[in-house]
Design a protein around this ligand. Structure first.
Ligand SMILES: C[S@@+](CC[C@H](N)C(=O)[O-])C[C@H]1O[C@@H](n2cnc3c(N)ncnc32)[C@H](O)[C@@H]1O
Length: 459
């Protein structure tokens, strides 16, 4: 792989996004032929760390090291590990990260690397020449698993048909060459429409198997997270993507991390308690087919990569922030729950107290009513007493009584002619001859009748 063999894509946009400056330090996470590294080093008196997992990039890296001296350093490995790779070299913070993800044209063009469906070669596809090869995947995975890989990473509508064809073909003989795999896939998919501009029917299946073999989406996710960790506040990230799966992953990441309230960067000076972290500086618009710009100084929650065969955990696995967020959610939910329960408790207390006060209020009103009734009774009785006293004082005089009797009963005081002495009564008791007790008279009521008659005549 030589520097002259490869034309870096979107170089101007990447440089504009990274905006190299003197004294700064940058990471070229997908060194390849070193196009980006060279351009950054030529733009400013800065330092660049070039990372590549492909050992075939070593000669190009050596050329840059000798040309730029201490300003360029090659770091073999995966960009998903960039933070630990650089930390091992004493670098803990950088000013910019550039990623040109995917396969290089040099890798594609080398038939012996096994990436190409155009040129026949061993079915390998491993960028780092380690781990399971494409041939192992194609010959060992189940039909179901192959279909999922081809559908998810290749966005191939006929994934099941292709998987079935692969399984049938490998039943005849293991598929070990790119040429044979391409033929099997083309036959399964058919030529379809699209004329001469139509893509090769094997394109999607080859892309899917390559992404799976190299865990490219997992690497991208880990790389974005590692870059965010490494970047200083105001640091810049430029990512050039090739297909929609990468594009979506990067844009979703940037959107999520821009919208999320960023956690303070471990490189940021301690903010005073209660003070929000500073907003990230504005960057240029992301280039078409890529995304670029300053990254909020925080790490990213994202979906974990699907079907990652890499058992290594990233320095800060994607699950961690997601878990942190989930914990935060759980905390908020439980906080909310507690708040709701205490509100409910207060509400219940308030209702209970309200009920008690209503009962007490009712009792008080009853008592007040009864007291008022008693007061009214007392007033009535006092009035009656006054009346009786007045009547008494009126009737206490005989002349008034007489007038009343006269007026209301028609009685008059008898005159002298209407009265007689008892001794004058005809039935007056006579002493017996012997001078003893008087003999009982024949009838005693007569004088009364007379009196009554006498009284009656008076009317
Ligand atoms: C598209 S090329 C980059 C070309 C580069 N921009 C240039 O100007 O030469 C992608 C390179 O990234 C490397 N690569 C892909 N995934 C990687 C990973 N996870 N870690 C490190 N290098 C990776 C590949 O080996 C390949 O060399």
């Amino acid at each position: 792989m030589t520097a002259g063999a490869h034309l870096p894509v979107m170089l101007d946009r990447v440089l504009a996004a990274i905006a190299p400056r003197d004294g700064a330090i940058y990471v070229d996470g997908t060194f390849g032929a070193g196009g980006y590294s060279r351009a950054i080093l030529d733009s400013a008196r800065c330092r660049v760390c070039g990372i590549d997992r492909d050992p075939a990039t070593a000669p190009a890296a050596a050329a840059l090291e000798s040309r730029y001296g201490g300003r360029f350093q090659f770091v073999p490995g995966r960009y998903g590990d960039m933070d630990s790779l650089l930390a091992a070299r004493g670098i803990h913070a950088v000013d910019g990260v550039a990623l040109d993800v995917g396969v290089s044209s040099m890798q594609l063009d080398s038939a012996e690397r096994g990436f190409s469906f155009r040129a026949d070669g061993p079915l390998d596809m491993r960028m780092s020449s380690t781990g399971r090869s494409a041939a192992e995947i194609v010959n060992e995975e189940s039909e179901r698993s192959l279909a999922a890989i081809i559908r998810d990473y290749g966005e191939e509508r006929r994934a099941r048909r292709v998987a079935r064809a692969i399984v049938e073909a490998r039943g005849e003989a293991p598929i070990t060459r790119t040429g044979r795999l391409a033929a099997v896939v083309r036959q399964a998919v058919g030529q379809g429409g699209g004329g001469r501009h139509a893509i090769d029917p094997a394109t999607r299946t080859f892309q899917a198997i390559r992404i799976h073999v190299n865990d490219e989406l997992g690497e991208l996710a880990r790389g974005l997270s590692a870059a965010e960790t490494l970047l200083r506040p105001g640091g810049r990230l430029a990512v050039v993507t090739f297909h929609s799966l990468e594009d979506r992953a990067v844009k979703r990441y940037l959107v999520e991390r821009s919208e999320a309230r960023p956690l303070p960067s471990r490189h940021a000076p301690d903010a005073p308690a209660g003070e929000p972290p500073p907003p990230p500086p504005r960057g240029p618009a992301p280039p078409a087919g890529g995304a670029a710009g300053p990254l909020p100084a925080a790490r990213a929650p994202r979906d974990p990569p699907r079907r990652s065969r890499d058992r290594r955990q990233p320095a800060r696995p994607f699950g961690t922030p997601a878990r942190r967020r989930a914990d935060g959610d759980a905390e908020r939910r439980s906080e909310g729950g507690m708040r709701r329960s205490s509100t409910l408790l207060f509400a219940l207390l308030a209702v209970a107290m309200g009920a008690v006060s209503i009962v007490i209020g009712t009792e008080v009103r009853d008592l007040e009513d009864r007291l008022a009734a008693i007061h009214r009774d007392i007033a009535r009785e006092q009035e009656a007493l006054h009346v009786l006293r007045a009547e008494w004082s009126y009737l206490n005089r005989p002349d008034r009584l007489e007038a009343l009797a006269r007026r209301h009963l028609g009685l008059r005081t008898p005159g002298a002619a209407q009265t007689m002495a008892v001794s004058d009564l005809p039935f007056a008791v006579q002493p017996d001859a012997a001078g003893g007790a008087p003999a009982p008279g024949p009838a005693t009521p007569a004088p009364l009748e007379i009196s009554a008659k006498a009284a009656g005549t008076a009317r």
